[in-house]
Design a protein around this ligand. Structure first.
Ligand code: B1M
Length: 207
């Protein structure tokens, strides 16, 4: 029988080949896709998230684990859709207008996916208008904004104002190296997190 503990360990090690093999084997054995997702893939990413938070692993390990998860998810996703498994929640995330840094934003997106969220990645240089348009089009419950430059932090405030003016009710979370909780409070964001693992906890607490 496909071993889901070995699957989560493969995700933790970032071992793509094994992760894909066990996922395929589990599907062939008609194991429920939700079980494969939660007890195998998400369980592994949760361990990575916790270790990242404690500085026991660093960005490269997280990226490698996320890549293994992505490969396994490509195989599992059609089964999840067919089984009607609902994501934990829907989140959209982008780097704000004028800012092209996307490594941290991508990490947050990967960790959210790893935690079972459906994630719409809006890319970089996202204008306030684009946030509003996408929020309305997708009905996301969480809107994530990332900024790495002190000069682009005000674009967060503008985007939040535009979303509120447009009547968007989604919860807004922000992050990025120069961003702080005090800044989040000042501009009316619903939450701030300092790293990708805490971003997952925050997103879960907001919905
Ligand atoms: Co840029 N850059 N850069 N850069 N760059 C910084 C940010 C800088 C601090 C370097 C420095 O001067 N010491 C500085 C900003 C100074 C400031 O504003 N205070 C800077 C500058 C000035 C610039 C340019 C203006 C340089 C120039 O052209 N003169 C230019 C701006 C371009 C633009 O955006 N318009 C520029 C360009 C670039 C590159 C294109 C070369 C490249 C980006 C490549 C890319 O992202 N694809 C780059 C890089 C790589 C950096 C550094 C070296 C690394 C940033 C990074 O990826 N960190 C950076 C210096 C540094 O930080 N040491 C620097 C790793 C990443 C995982 O961390 O993004 O903080 P981070 O994400 C974390 C958390 O912050 C959090 O979770 C992540 C994981 O734990 N987080 C969130 C992030 N987003 C979140 C969202 C959330 C929650 C948590 O909720 C939604």
């Amino acid at each position: 029988m496909a071993d889901l503990k070995a699957l989560s360990e493969a995700i933790i090690r970032g071992d793509q080949k094994t992760a894909v093999e066990i996922t395929k084997a589990a599907i062939n054995e008609n194991m429920g896709p939700e079980k494969i997702l939660t007890e195998g893939l998400i369980a592994g990413m949760n361990v990575i998230g916790a270790r990242f938070k404690k500085n026991e692993v660093y960005i490269p390990e997280v990226l490698i684990a996320a890549r293994a998860m992505k490969m396994a998810m490509e195989i599992l996703e059609p089964k999840l859709v067919a089984a009607g498994v609902k994501p934990v929640g829907k989140a959209m995330i982008g780097t704000v207008q004028g800012d092209l840094h996307d490594i941290g934003k991508n990490l947050v997106a990967m960790m959210l996916k790893g935690a079972g969220f459906e994630v719409i990645d809006m890319g970089v240089d996202v204008s306030p208008e684009k946030y509003v348009e996408q929020a309305k089009a997708t009905g996301a419950q969480i809107i994530g904004m990332s900024a790495l430059l002190t000069t682009t932090m005000p674009a967060m405030e503008k985007s939040i104002k535009a979303l509120k003016d447009a009547g968007v009710k989604a919860k807004i979370m922000i992050g990025g190296a120069p961003v702080t909780q005090a800044y989040a409070d000042k501009i009316g964001a619903d939450g701030y997190s300092a790293d990708a693992a805490s971003a997952v906890d925050l997103a879960k607490s907001l919905i």
